[in-house]
Ligand binder design. Structure first.
Ligand SMILES: Nc1ncnc2c1ncn2[C@@H]1O[C@H](COP(=O)(O)OP(=O)(O)OP(=O)(O)O)[C@@H](O)[C@H]1O
Ligand SMILES: [Mg+2]
Length: 333
């Protein structure tokens, strides 16, 4: 990761020190300026960012086999895209090779990852209709050499209808991913961002993946529609993809100041138990600002609470399956 990222931290966290208000005489020594800066919010954020990014590199295990995760919830605006791109970035800063597939015609994941997704750019649409391969459609994210994205363009908006008449319409993505693996693209993680619906695009994501992550927003009606989503996942698992299971539920936009967020978190944990990740993502302005700069929050402000919580969630995701795999192995022994 380049030093530009740390530079962006300084830019975005500079509210606390206004150098224009500070009178420096020619007698002001460099070390005095260093002292002022060392105590400033800018320096604190830069130091935190450096610590976070240095601490992050290389200490997460590579999964024994590639993991393909669909981020789904047909409720809109619950944090699917934010979770997809930030978890992907959180895993990739550890040196893991991560691919994001944008399956939402809104193209928000492509925007947040800073990849070109103007009309006509090779995209997930052409991959789904079998015109091009994943390798031909994917782009390397400009700020992260371990992170790749198959973008979504406006063409994907018609795909739900076009796919209806195409053979094996529900397994087009799975076939494309099988081909990509055969071509030795060797991703450790593939994360698929779904639209807020349970149509053919989400179905393709569920047939192509083995795991589902469900983001749940800590707000009123948080569980609305989750029952229907779970029934769909069961149907896909029973008839189309036996490996599919809900591996994680992630609480998003958690506002610790409100009783409501706490109530939602308690209810979700009572209902779903250990599947719920211990890390909840706080509501944070930095998280919502980052896509406007074509960045994930990990790049935009690595030392912020939002970035650190996505790094924690990524760590949980990467390590607890290893734990459960070894627990299963010891049960089998
Ligand atoms: N932790 C957070 N703190 C603050 N804002 C957030 C957070 N997570 C997401 N948001 C904001 O909430 C809005 C919805 O998030 P996002 O686009 O990720 O949801 P989504 O489920 O993908 O939506 P859609 O259903 O439209 O695809 C966005 O404006 C995003 O920036
Ligand atoms: Mg989205």
């Amino acid at each position: 990761m380049s030093t530009d990222h740390v530079g962006s931290v300084s830019r975005e966290t500079g509210g606390g020190l206004n150098l224009a208000d500070t009178t420096f005489t020619s007698a002001t020594s460099t070390s005095a300026i260093d002292d002022i800066l060392a105590d400033s919010p800018i320096a604190a954020a830069a130091q935190r960012a450096t610590r976070v990014l240095h601490g992050a590199s290389g200490d997460l295990p590579r999964p024994a086999a590639q993991r393909i995760l669909t981020v789904a919830n047909q409720k809109g605006g619950v944090g699917k895209t934010t979770t997809t791109v930030n978890l992907a970035a959180a895993l990739s800063v550890h040196g893991l090779k991560v691919l994001v597939i944008d399956l939402d015609p809104q193209g928000n994941a492509s925007t947040a990852l800073g990849v070109d997704h103007r009309a006509g750019v090779p995209s997930s649409y052409e991959v789904l209709i079998g015109e091009i391969s994943v390798g031909d459609a994917m782009q390397t994210c400009p700020l992260n050499a371990n992170l790749f994205c198959v973008p979504a363009t406006i063409d994907l908006a018609g795909a739900e209808i076009e796919l209806v008449s195409i053979e094996r319409r529900e397994s087009r993505l799975k076939e494309a991913l099988n081909e990509a693996n055969a071509a030795d693209l060797a991703f450790d993680y593939i994360l698929i961002d779904c639209p807020p619906s349970l149509g053919l695009l989400t179905l393709n994501a569920m047939v192509g993946a083995t795991e589902v992550i469900i983001p749940i927003q800590c707000e009123y009606y948080a569980l609305e529609g989750v029952g229907q989503l779970l029934r769909n996942i069961e149907l896909v698992s029973a008839h189309l993809n036996p490996a599919l299971h809900v591996s994680s539920i992630l609480l998003t936009m958690y506002d610790a100041r409100t009783k409501l967020a706490e109530q939602v978190a308690t209810e979700v944990k009572q209902h779903f138990g250990d599947v719920v990740l211990k890390t909840a993502i706080p509501r944070s302005v930095k998280v919502s600002e980052a896509p406007g700069y074509g960045m994930t929050v990990i790049e935009y402000d690595p030392g912020s609470r939002g970035a650190m919580s996505y790094l924690d969630a990524g760590r949980e995701l990467a390590t607890r399956t290893i734990m459960s795999t070894s627990a299963r192995m010891s049960e089998e022994a």
